[in-house]
Design a protein around this ligand. Sequence first.
Ligand code: 2P0
Length: 330
Amino acid sequence: MPATACARANVALVKYWGKRPGPLNLPAVGSLSLTLAGLEATASVGPRAAGAPAFMSAGQAVEGTAARRMEAFLERLREFAPGAPPLAVEVGIGFPVGAGLASSAAIFCATAAAGLSALGLSRDRRELSRLARQGSGSAARSVFGGLVEWHRGRRPDGEDSFAEPLAGGDNWPLAMAVAVIEHGPKAIPSRDAMEHVAQTSPFFEAWIAGQDADLAAARQAVGAHDLTALGTIAEQNCLRMHATCFAARPPVMYWRPGSLAVIDEIRRLRAEGVAAWFTMDAGPQVKALCLENDLEVIATRLATVPGVQAVLRARSGAGVEMIEGAPPWS
Ligand code: 2P0
């Protein structure tokens, strides 16, 4: 029964920010991301021993909201296999958690795959993506490698809200330099921030209204392997998302002084002819989108910016993989 899967974090170039109502974790917008090698989580799922915690991370029992959320997700998985015993998951993560590096995407994606495998179930990757989405929205995208689009969908049952690899996304050696500004957990979890911003930001409707145009432009840029166009859209989309957050009452501000310093440095690099574009998520870290060949130059430069604690180098990575147990996908 025990099964182990490995999934990677992904970073959105066109962001998911906002949900439709209901329990299925349906997004208010479509989104587009790059899955990253190196930012990996493993999840081992097996039967839960009596009295044992349902969710362990790095050898410690996880408690509080994160544990309840994972328990609900494990129960959701178990609904597919009536009569199966309660499940437990042990997660290992090789990068900073809760700091805007999409750890929940990698964790829930790996848990979905390992869970289905442990239960002896078989589902295609599209179904796996729908399922991972219910654990954490961005996990829907980590099912696939490289450039991925998660469709918003229209249906209340979520059948049309899944991710898939983007046409033209293969054979494009993209990478990201991740400038880590703070290692600790973020001030406000993205799930709470999203809800708060949707309810209080006067810019939220405008954010939603602009998304389809950004997605269409990004798709076209990917199809043409036009990094300038993709990077430009990514920066604009990131700034629109954060502007929406700044305008919430009270404001949601993930930026730190070091974040702005890194953004300035990326713009300076670009003025010098180095192809790099910034994006930021629900945390102070800044990611520079670039080609693999430029990754080292960019990472070395960003490491010199005051306020930067570390720079992670991440190339485009693969989708979810099984380490132990049969793959649940056909
Ligand atoms: C994204 N983020 O597209 C956006 C941009 C953060 C900023 O997806 O509530 O952890 O679990 O569905 O996926 C973070 O939100 O939220 C996120 P839930 P999730 O990557």
